[in-house]
Design a protein around this ligand. Structure first.
Ligand code: CMC
Length: 442
């Protein structure tokens, strides 16, 4: 059963008083308690009663919505999906089960799981006409550029799942997005290397099918390694959702206007592409390659600490985690397993990454600022070892995060208090002034 957000958050006896020193007037603002994490001051009536806006660029102190999906305790390094620890899900569950959990609120029964897998499998193929879209892109197009375009184009093909007021259509759109994303991503890759598209194989599970569509060619038999399929499944689990991050907020904001789900997810992909967000795993690998040898690590650490140098240690730091990102620990372990399976002994980039991590974690600058490795620090090394080019790293993140975006989008649409997202601003430009005709300007 889909959980329905309540119209009003839990009331609390706590209030916060705001005083305007210029007039001496005070207003009491209600506080809403969270099940876990900080309570929130409800400022929805603030402008109406005080004529003031709040100011929070970057939303560092702003709760943008009420949600029941994911909880993060950044100080303790805890990540929960619907109450379950990410470490447990990565160890004992699989991606399809996590998708069901995020979408429906509960772990599935055996029958529900089987039914869900069947539904997702049923939607893996793309409308054949969509394949022509790829040909419109230059061969050297970044696969994320292709993803933004093709996912946005889904809305032109699946008209029977764009009525967002219909719960059935919402669910069909959600299933289609989760099911088709690996196909779209693998096709973006195949296009970029000039190989024929490979159709999905519905006898394979989600992760194995993705590897098959990415790495097999019609000329040869391809057997998916179960260890690599499991590693891919785990990477998908670790990236499935992460609360109100930039791309998820983008999806929610786009969706708040009533836009169709495919267009909203395309907007999320665009946001994810940035190097401060999903693009970081690509940037980590580029950084490790640039550092090159352990001897050069101190030089790069110094650069990361230098205020006048824009260089940052990629894969370090997080807006929310001020402790070890729990996903990074699982990823580190997975990294060793994958390299073992592939028979890669002494991968120099892994050795470099571990040394960089060790040195950074002992450095006062990183300790004081609570900068720990994040999920992207090790994922690039695994993906490279599996044979993915760096340009595909963020694409994989998008494949995994689609379920999170969709679950959050659905939750928002089903929230009776949902409104179009329309922030205000602190205007610091010119006051009103008279127009000067061109002939009179200096
Ligand atoms: N290397 C060096 N210094 C850093 C780093 C870093 N990676 N990250 C933050 N800092 C410093 C920053 O210079 C600032 O110092 P000061 O207070 O002296 O000005 C302080 O730490 C706080 O940084 P911030 O930029 O204000 O923090 P934020 O919460 O806005 O940024 C972040 C979070 C993830 C954008 C940032 O840590 C960063 O750019 N990290 C590298 C990129 C990266 O790995 N991103 C992946 C994030 S995890 C995947 C995802 O969720 O998408």
């Amino acid at each position: 059963m889909t959980q329905k957000s309540s119209a009003a958050p839990a009331p609390s006896p706590r209030t916060v008083t705001v005083t305007d020193n210029s007039t001496g007037k005070s207003w009491e603002l209600p506080v809403h308690e969270a099940v876990l994490g900080p309570a929130v001051v409800d400022v929805r009536q603030l402008y109406g009663t005080t004529g003031l806006f709040t100011f929070d660029p970057g939303f560092t102190s702003t709760g943008s919505c009420e949600s029941k999906i994911t909880f993060i305790d950044g100080d303790e390094g805890v990540l929960l999906h619907r109450g379950y620890r990410i470490e447990d899900l990565a160890e004992h569950s699989d991606f399809m089960e996590v998708c069901y959990l995020l979408l429906h609120g509960e772990l599935p029964s055996a029958a529900e799981k089987q039914g869900f897998e069947q539904t997702i499998t049923y939607h893996t193929m793309l409308h054949e006409q969509l394949t022509y879209f790829y040909r419109g892109f230059r061969r050297d197009a970044h696969p994320m550029a292709i993803m933004v375009g093709v996912v946005g184009a889904l809305s032109a093909f699946y008209h029977d799942s764009t009525d967002i007021s219909d719960p059935h259509q919402r669910m069909v759109a959600s299933h289609r997005l989760i099911a088709k994303m690996p196909t779209i991503a693998a096709m973006a890759y195949k296009f970029s290397i000039g190989q024929p598209f490979v159709y999905p194989r519905n006898d394979l599970d989600y992760a194995a099918n993705f590897l098959h569509m990415t790495f097999s060619v019609p000329a040869e038999a391809y057997k998916v390694s179960p260890v690599l399929a499991r590693a891919m499944d785990r990477i998908l689990i670790l990236h499935a959702d992460h609360e109100q991050n930039a791309s998820t907020s983008t999806v929610r904001i786009s969706g708040s206007s009533g836009a169709n789900p495919f267009a909203c997810i395309a907007a999320g992909i665009a946001s994810l592409w940035g190097p401060a967000h999903g693009g970081a795993n690509e940037a980590v690998l580029a950084m490790l390659q640039e550092i090159g040898t352990k001897e050069r690590i101190p030089e790069f650490i110094e650069r990361a600490k230098d205020k006048n140098d824009p260089f940052r240690l990629m894969g370090f730091g997080h807006r929310v985690y001020k402790n070890y990102d729990p996903r990074a620990s699982v990823m580190r372990k997975s990294c060793h397993e994958v390299l073992d399976e592939l028979g890669i002994k002494d991968e120099p980039l892994l050795a470099l990454a571990m040394e960089l991590e060790r040195i950074a974690l002992e450095d006062d600058y990183f300790v004081e600022k609570k900068l720990f490795p994040n999920v992207d620090f090790y994922s690039g090394i695994i993906l490279k070892a599996m044979g993915f080019p760096t340009s595909m790293f963020t694409v994989l993140f998008a494949v995994a995060r689609t379920v999170g975006w969709v679950a959050q989008w659905k939750e928002m649409i089903e929230d009776p208090s949902q409104k179009i997202s329309r922030p205000r601003q602190l205007y610091t430009g010119h006051a009103q002034r008279d127009f000067v005709p061109l002939s009179q300007r200096d």
